[in-house]
Design a protein around this ligand. Structure first.
Ligand SMILES: [Zn+2]
Ligand SMILES: [Zn+2]
Length: 186
């Protein structure tokens, strides 16, 4: 059992800049899914991109541009969440493709049907990231004695916690007392 924890930045940058932009693998999957459900024109145009600009939204669908934008912070939540978000946004594209010029409600019955066709019949209507971005007051300020990075927490750390970046850099990722976080203020 681990008796310590290692903390990453509270607000880690989501991905290196080069990872933002088109994702050809997801784009191929999107094309395949749209084609499988008869949205041929949409399939030919569809683009899937990662963006660092979305905040709490996990993704966004731009039907007029046949574009799905995914929040790069999603990568921290694993393939399952990425796949689900992609399908949620694709359902918007598919629903609009089927509706043609007719205006449809963003999460109305057409979208629900598209979700069911794309294998996420139980999808919720929100686009938010799987974790809540709450505006909790992070009262406790800790600091790494080595790299001086700040770590803000809403609660006091109970166990020994170390700076993961330093443990990775200098101790192969294992806990190292030298990088134990110190309480600066509360
Ligand atoms: Zn939606
Ligand atoms: Zn550190």
């Amino acid at each position: 059992m681990l008796l310590f924890r290692q903390l990453e930045f509270a607000l880690a940058p989501c991905l290196p800049a080069k990872s933002v932009g088109r994702d050809l693998r997801l784009e191929a999957l999107a094309r395949e899914l749209l084609l499988a459900h008869g949205a041929v024109a949409m399939a030919a145009k569809v683009r899937v991109e990662w963006s660092a600009r979305l905040r709490s939204a996990a993704g966004r669908a731009e039907c007029d541009k046949a574009r799905v934008v995914l929040n790069c912070r999603l990568t921290a939540h694993g393939e399952g969440e990425i796949d689900r978000t992609l399908r949620h946004e694709l359902a918007h594209l598919l629903a609009q493709a089927r509706a043609g010029r007719r205006r449809i409600a963003p999460h109305g019955k057409e979208w629900r049907r598209a979700c069911a066709d794309l294998g996420i019949a139980d999808e919720a209507r929100c686009h938010n990231l799987p974790f809540p971005i709450r505006r909790l007051k992070r009262r406790y300020l800790y600091s790494c004695p080595s790299c001086r990075r700040d770590f803000r927490r809403t609660r006091r750390l109970r166990r020994s916690s170390a700076c993961l970046a330093c443990c990775r850099a200098f101790n192969r990722g294992r806990y190292d007392e030298r990088f134990k976080l110190r309480l600066v203020r509360r």
